[in-house]
Design a protein around this ligand. Structure first.
Ligand code: NAD
Ligand code: DAU
Length: 379
């Protein structure tokens, strides 16, 4: 049995990861540490933490006394760090918080782990480490910057972040690697492309578009909609992380992506047409529509669910044009491959949102409306 400290697991990817671990890895016990910011929701993992294999602690990864006490209590074998401020637009509004959580928080975890895991020194003075321990950092393709029309990010692509968010994630990666090079700490890093799937907070493109369609609101597309993102179903990302935690080589970075590039405008159009199709095939789904307009047949109309909902808004500052991952290394070394095609994954995702409107309402019941209005109507 191994004990994992999983930070940020009340958020989108971390929650999917602990669900994936609990389902597929009976040899793992989990301790979740999450601050429950606007992006974290205890309800998302309520069923998972009600279990003797998974315990929850609310707190900040930057709180040294707390993190030290968790290491002392649970004797972690593995740390997987998801906790972060993750939204690029918010990093443009308030960079400072991104430095505190993403950089200082990561460095704090590294130091606590070092204190707990070092067993002595070798002849050259390097620390020696408890057998089997591993620190894993969940990073992003945004650390590489932006691509033109051609080419892919490999693990050797120079780091060139543009937003305060990606600059903070890059700094965190550099600290993780510095702890490996300086202290021989057993670390790994994964850099993944855009995830989509269940429990994605509706400030990010796909869940925001779904939410707005159901409410009959405009769909804000930044700039001309030509920016490209490389989409990966969240469970495929979780599988990749666990493969790297178990079998990845220490001190290595692995890029994770599914060769699934789409322009933003294509994503928005596809989401519109898929919701329209699902509601045509299964009229029962129309009951989640907040815009209630009756058609000639007396049923809730969906005629208005079309491309006229799209509105082009002011572009994101410093908006990266294109991301695209070359996942050759993780495929060849660890045998990882994405199981869910985009065609299947996007329908699964949209159906999940249609069936889980209570979750959407729960996570957007805080300061969401205020944020939404500021970002999308006030820019
Ligand atoms: P998210 O915003 O949905 O969740 C972040 C979680 O971290 C929340 O539960 C929040 O409460 C928690 N948190 C924030 N600050 C904290 C702190 N100081 N201490 C403890 N907990 C804190 O993020 P996500 O989309 O699930 O991303 C998870 C990780 O994956 C991030 O590190 C992000 O950079 C990385 N990543 C995300 C994507 C993506 O497409 N979403 C892609 C690649 C990498
Ligand atoms: O590439 C990985 C990254 O993907 C992660 O590191 C980040 O944590 C994650 O948030 C995501 O960043 P993006 O900025 O790519 O995701 P977002 O959903 O915010 O935006 C996706 C694209 O859609 C981007 O080009 C901006 C655009 N967009 C976004 C929103 C919210 C719009 O056109 N309209 C919108 O309303």
């Amino acid at each position: 049995m191994k004990t994992y400290l999983v930070t940020g697991a009340a958020g989108f990817i971390g929650a999917n990861y602990i669900k994936y671990l609990l389902k597929n890895y009976p040899d793992v016990k989990i301790v979740v540490l999450d601050l429950l910011t606007y992006a974290g929701n205890l309800g998302t993992i309520a069923k998972d933490i009600d279990n003797d294999r998974c315990t929850f602690h609310r707190g900040n990864i930057g709180d040294r006394a707390l993190v030290d006490s968790l290491f002392a209590e649970y004797k972690f074998d593995v740390v997987v760090n998801f906790a972060a401020e993750s939204h690029v637009d918010r990093s443009i509004e308030n960079p400072q918080l991104f430095l505190e959580t993403n950089i200082l928080g990561t460095q704090n975890l590294l130091d606590s782990a070092r204190k707990a895991w070092v067993t002595g020194k070798d002849e050259q003075g390097y620390p020696t480490w408890r057998e089997g321990v591993r620190y894993h950092q969940v990073s992003t393709d945004e650390v590489y910057g932006s691509l033109g029309d051609e080419g892919y990010f490999t693990e050797d692509t120079p780091l060139c972040p543009h937003s305060p968010y990606s600059a903070s994630k890059t700094s965190a990666d550099l600290f993780v690697m510095a702890y490996h090079d300086t202290f021989h700490m057993p670390v790994t890093i994964t850099r993944c492309s855009n995830n989509y799937g269940p429990y994605h907070f509706p400030e990010k493109l796909i869940p925001l578009i779904i939410k707005n369609i159901l409410e009959g609101k405009k769909l804000p597309v930044y700039g001309d909609g030509s920016n490209v993102r490389d989409w990966l179903y969240v469970e495929d990302h979780c599988k990749a992380i666990e493969m790297v935690v178990r079998n990845g080589r220490v001190g290595q970075v692995y890029n994770v992506g599914g060769h699934n590039e789409k322009k933003n405008i294509e994503i928005v159009r596809l989401t519109i047409s898929t919701i329209h199709r699902l509601m045509t095939e299964t009229p029962e789904y129309r009951k989640v529509l907040k815009k209630k307009e009756l058609g000639a047949d007396g049923q809730l109309s969906i005629d208005w669910i079309n491309d006229s909902l799209i509105t082009y808004v002011k572009d994101r500052l410093g908006h990266d044009q294109r991301y695209a991952i070359d996942p050759t290394k993780i495929k060849e070394e660890l045998g990882w491959y994405p199981e869910t095609t985009f065609e299947v994954g996007i329908v699964k995702t949209i159906e999940w949102y249609l069936n889980n409107q209570a979750w959407v309402e729960e996570v957007t019941s805080g300061d969401y409306q205020h944020y939404y209005e500021r970002m999308y109507t006030g820019r």
